[in-house]
Write a protein that binds this ligand. Structure first.
Ligand code: CMP
Length: 139
C-alpha cells in the first residue's frame, strides 16, 4: 500500500462524507480543530477502559474495533472514539489500525464545540453512536 505521509489536512477532511455538508466557514473551522495523524499497522489507537480525550475520523485505511464477541472493521469516512466523549464512560473497546491509516483527531473540547455549532453533524454522530451502543453492526 502506498504510504503518503504528506496527505494534506484539507484533502483528508474532504474524504470524510460527514464533513461534506460544511460550508466554507465550517470547513475552515474544521481545519483548525482537526489534527492529522498517521497510525501504523497494528497500532492500538484506543484502549478499552481508558478515559476518552479525543475521537477520530478515518481519511484512509481501516481499523478494527474489538468487541466482546466479534470484531468490526471501519473504513474511510467512518469514525470511532465518540462514545466515551458522548457518555463520559471509559472506552468500550480496543481499536487497532489494520494497516497504515490516516486519521483526523478531534479533541474533546473541540468535539463539544463542533456539536454545539453544527446540529446536523451532531445528529448524525449521535444516531450512529446510539446504534453502536445497542450493539448494532457498523456503521
Ligand atoms: P469509545 O467507547 O470511545 O472507544 C471505542 C470505540 O469503538 C467506541 O467509542 C466506538 O467508536 C467504537 N465502537 C464501539 N462499538 C461499536 C460497534 N458496535 N460498531 C462500530 N464501532 C463501535
Amino acid at each position: 500500500p502506498s504510504l503518503d505521509l504528506g496527505l494534506r489536512l484539507m484533502e483528508m477532511v474532504r474524504r470524510v462524507p460527514l464533513f461534506r455538508q460544511a460550508d466554507t466557514r465550517g470547513l475552515a473551522e474544521l481545519g483548525q480543530m482537526l489534527r492529522a495523524r498517521l497510525a501504523y499497522p497494528g497500532e492500538r489507537i484506543v484502549a478499552r477502559g481508558a478515559t476518552g480525550r479525543s475521537m477520530y475520523f478515518i481519511a484512509s485505511g481501516a481499523v478494527e474495533v474489538h468487541l466482546d464477541d466479534r470484531s468490526v472493521l471501519l473504513g474511510p469516512g467512518e469514525f470511532f472514539g465518540e462514545l466515551a466523549l458522548l457518555t463520559r464512560q471509559p472506552r468500550n473497546a480496543d481499536v487497532v489500525a489494520s494497516g497504515y491509516c490516516h486519521l483526523l483527531e478531534l479533541e474533546a473540547r473541540d468535539f463539544r464545540r463542533l456539536m454545539r455549532r453544527h446540529p446536523g453533524l451532531r445528529q448524525q454522530i449521535e444516531r450512529i453512536a446510539s446504534e453502536r451502543r445497542n450493539g448494532a453492526p457498523a456503521p
